[in-house]
Design a protein around this ligand. Structure first.
Ligand code: HEM
Ligand code: HEM
Length: 245
């Protein structure tokens, strides 16, 4: 096989997206549609749809939100670690390395806090804010390809907004579920309809990126190609010269 360990580590994120996160998205959306139909549909609809679709949506929604946040953290971690290894960060910038590791810890701790503080609104929102700040700080570390000059087709920016919407969904959960607030229910519906579109965008931009990223041992050749749009030789590569044997 042409893939080495470095390539497999890069594939881990798309593999988990395709095998865990997207199937969960299917379940969450299917239960969401049923929950709404059961609430607003005719009495006939209500008889046909089981009572547990709401709780099932919320339960799988929890796991889905956690899985998306994990996928974001993993997407950022792989390029970050590769950058540290190349820069020998543990000897060159050990403090920075330590701060990033601490931010990972704080972000995960704050995510856990959102669940722990479910009954105290102020704490729940504080933990959600901390989680969001952690995600932003980690996303802006060196080594992560954000496609800043083409942010409107960027896997990173779409992924960031979708992940933040999942943190938001976790944060407002008790407002909809326990307090039965119709306003929050509507906000949830709008926010997560946008999120579904962003997840579709993640499927498109992620597979596009897979096509653009070379295998690790091919990098030196592929990255020698001209990627500069202003250059007259844009989209051309140096000829491959095979050594005669
Ligand atoms: C991305 C996917 C999601 C979509 C498209 C979505 C959509 C919906 C829809 C359509 C409803 C029914 C609203 C109504 O009755 O009018 C709903 C309810 C709800 N959702 Fe979501 N949702 C998503 C993810 C989540 C997540 C991640 C959570 C929390 C972790 C969550 C928590 C809830 C809660 C608590 C309710 C109220 C359930 C009930 O009344 O029994 N949802 N959602
Ligand atoms: C919930 C959906 C997803 C989220 C939140 C997400 C998030 C991210 C983030 C934040 C990064 C790092 C920035 C970057 O390199 O662009 C990333 C990288 C990447 N993602 Fe995703 N992603 C998702 C789904 C997917 C899917 C479905 C695929 C492909 C099938 C994919 C393929 C990739 C690839 C190839 C990279 C570069 C990995 C690397 O260099 O190590 N992603 N993703």
């Amino acid at each position: 096989m042409e893939l080495n360990l470095v390539d497999w580590l890069r594939l881990l994120h798309p593999i988990l997206a395709v095998t865990v996160v997207f199937p969960l998205l299917g379940i969450v959306v299917s239960r969401a549609v049923l929950t709404r139909s059961r609430r607003l549909g005719s009495s006939d609809d209500r008889k046909k749809i089981p009572t547990n679709v709401g709780p099932e949506h919320v339960q799988t929604g929890h796991w889905f939100a956690i899985a998306v946040i994990g996928l974001y953290l993993l997407g950022c971690a792989r390029p970050m670690v590769a950058f540290w290894l190349k820069q020998q960060a543990w000897s060159q910038t050990p403090l920075q390395l330590l701060l990033v590791l601490l931010t990972y810890g704080i972000t995960l701790g704050a995510l856990w806090g959102i669940f722990k503080a479910a009954n105290q609104r102020v704490w729940r929102l504080t933990f959600a804010g901390l989680t969001a700040i952690g995600l932003l700080v980690l996303g802006w570390q060196e080594g992560i390809f954000r496609r800043d000059n083409e942010w409107f087709i960027s896997h990173f920016y779409f992924g960031l907004v979708a992940t933040l919407l999942m943190v938001f969904s976790l944060a407002i959960l008790p407002d909809i579920y326990r307090d039965r607030s119709q306003t929050w229910r509507k906000i949830h519906l709008i926010a997560n309809t946008v999120a579904v579109l962003l997840f579709i965008a993640q499927g498109i931009t992620g597979t596009r990126d897979l096509l653009e990223i070379p295998l690790s041992w091919q990098e030196s050749t592929v990255y020698a190609c001209d990627y500069d749009k202003a250059s007259p030789t844009y989209k051309t590569c140096p000829p491959v010269t095979k050594s005669p044997n």
